[in-house]
Design a protein around this ligand. Structure first.
Ligand code: IPM
Ligand code: MG
Length: 364
């Protein structure tokens, strides 16, 4: 199919908090890059903003929109009112439900350092220079979904609660293949992170990773325990190429790794399953403390849109054009508060989004 008559449908779900501010900026980038493509974007409600309107965190209209779309551009959900509501309405997080129902088992979190941000990191420039690593976090298993879960006893003074770390061999196999394939397209090094010295689940994880690794003799497989991995990430982060790990460890390590790049506000993510329909979201969450102030960094959302072109639409050129737009505004010295440094120009969410869209359009 030629590009000019290719139709793409995107479900846009800004959600809560700064999601409402950053996603419109990502939409501008999508519009700027999609000149020859017929892109249709439909907006849906999710999270607290949805509860306020319809009493539901994930209404049927949003599920229908997703059903009829090729990908989801997601902002964030959460906030104090939502957390309180959720406790009384425990139907599970809509985001976790989407990840599970759509079988989005692999979450790609590329940790790349833009040269311009070398000084925004809390680590010394020489430690992070050249940083380019990819964390692949398993997204459908582990303690996030394992049963049994919940309160065991609510007897005052003796309350007890349980969650279960649980993995099946097929779940590990699936994400292992995703990891080895990704490593093949990169520097051919894969580090599997587990806690096999303590947990049986993680012993299985290590065994399966090793077995799958035999099918990829060209990829160098190493294993690290998660505590050591957390340390290595700040000690010698450039030694990593691809990290594959479970849902919980991936959640934690990716926030840690994001700070190597200067700010969580720079970290995009792609959640992918068997088919091409993926969910693309910044890793930072709804940030209620700065919501509504127009100061949030929209770059993680914009970079998530780039991943959407790369992974769901297989349009590498468009992905790179968005990433080049981000690089351009950074080299022009524009910075939101989270990545601000001496001599740079401080801008708000909107201004940053406009500048990226302009840079993309100008380079076309
Ligand atoms: C993330 C977030 C989510 C997670 C929360 C919001 C449920 O922290 O995507 O990293 O824990 O997966
Ligand atoms: Mg997280």
């Amino acid at each position: 199919m030629s590009l000019s008559n290719r139709k793409i449908k995107i479900a846009v779900l800004p959600g809560d908090g700064i999601g409402q501010e950053i996603i419109p900026q990502a939409v501008k980038a999508v519009n700027a890059v999609s000149g020859r493509l017929a892109v249709e974007m439909g907006q849906g409600e999710i999270g607290w903003s949805s509860v306020v309107k319809s009493g539901e965190a994930l209404p049927q209209a949003t599920l229908d929109l997703i059903e009829n779309s090729d990908a989801i551009l997601f902002g964030a959900i959460g906030g104090p009112e939502y957390e309180a509501w959720k406790r009384a309405n425990p139907r599970g997080s809509p985001l976790l439900r989407l990840r599970q129902d759509m079988k989005l088992f692999a979450n790609y979190r590329p940790i790349t350092l833009f040269l311009e941000l070398e000084n925004a990191s809390t680590l010394k420039p020489e430690v992070i220079r050249g940083l380019d690593l990819l964390i692949i976090r398993e997204l459908n298993g582990d303690i996030y979904f394992g049963e049994p879960r919940g309160m065991v006893s609510d007897k005052p003074g003796e309350r007890e609660s349980i969650n279960t770390m649980r993995y099946t061999e097929p779940q590990i196999r699936q994400v292992a293949h995703a990891g080895f394939k990704a490593a093949r397209r990169r520097r051919k090094k894969l580090c599997s992170v587990d806690k096999a010295n303590v947990l049986e689940t993680m012993g299985l994880w290590r065994d399966v990773m090793t077995e799958v690794g035999r099918e990829y003799p060209d990829v160098e497989l190493t294993h690290l325990f998660v505590d050591a991995a957390a340390m290595e990430l700040v000690r010698r982060p450039t030694h990593f190429d691809v990290i594959v790990t479970g849902n919980m460890f991936g959640d934690i390590l990716s926030d840690e790794a994001a700070m190597l790049t200067g700010s969580l506000g720079m970290l995009p993510s792609a959640s992918i399953g068997i088919g091409s329909k993926g969910l693309f979201e910044p890793c930072h969450g709804s940030a209620p403390d700065i919501a509504g102030k127009g100061v949030a960094n929209p770059l993680a959302a914009i970079l998530s849109a780039a991943l959407m072109f790369r992974y769901s639409f297989d349009l590498e050129e468009e992905a790179q054009r968005i990433e080049a737009g981000v690089r351009k505004v950074l080299s022009d010295g524009l910075r939101t508060g989270d990545i601000m440094e001496k001599g740079a120009t401080r801008v708000g969410t909107e201004e940053m989004g406009e500048a990226v869209a302009k840079a993309i359009a100008a380079a076309a």
